[in-house]
Design a protein around this ligand. Sequence first.
Ligand code: NAP
Length: 249
Amino acid sequence: MTHPVILITGGSRGIGAATAILAAKRGYDVAFTYQSNATAANEVAEKIRATGRKALMLQADVAVEADVLGVFKQVDAQLGRLDALVNNAGILEKIMRLEQMDAARWQRVLGVNVIGSFLCAKEAVLRMSTRHGGKGGGIVNVSSVAARIGSPNEFVDYAAAKGAVDSMTMGLAKEVATENIRVNAVRPGLIYTEIHASAGEPGRVDRAKEGVPMKRGGTADEIAETILWLLSDQSSYVTGTTIDVAGGR
Ligand code: NAP
């Protein structure tokens, strides 16, 4: 029996890890990337294998084209035809105003969040599109509510990067709509993961949750459920859209 194949970038921690484990439970063989935390990646791979599905963990920086090409080659060789891509790897940096930021930071933030998503989307389309001899598939981009609210006084650069991801979602979905590929995005709100520590505020979700209509932060599992739904046949008429999973924020 063959199993569908999914590739999740940044699958070692947080939302990517929850998505990788849920995908395995739903029957996918799972490839996922990590950047530096091999210990966390190994734990995720073990949890995937415990479900009976294959796990392929690959070290890569998604902002580097050669790394992305290497990842897709490994997936081709070890798991076979790719059915689903989740562009999840993302970074933000220390909370500050725009005029305090510098060009090197913007290269990093746009490099991972935007260029990384574009590089992976390109390789996925080359494999999935009926135009290129593929059989179709699904792409989900992990954006952020930041794209809608702009994240003033925190990280306007990150918000703008996610805005670019939303535009890519809409445009690419239309490009490949007749090629049996659906492209969608989820926009998480305040989710309990380690990303907030990179902003310099590990407790950011609890500090800000009173501003969420539901008065709580979300979990990585709640985002994973939405991602897996967008990749499933249950969402077969959904493309080019973004779903906010943000407690009403
Ligand atoms: P996280 O807990 O910080 O995990 C980030 C993951 O991405 C890790 O697996 C990390 O690998 C990997 N990664 C980081 N830079 C990478 C790179 N250059 N190349 C490849 N992999 C890289 O983050 P998260 O909170 O789960 O966020 C996942 C996605 O959700 C991101 O796109 C983020 O912008 C978005 N999001 C999160 C929230 C939130 O509140 N948490 C809200 C809105 C949107 P290592 O383990 O090796 O470091």
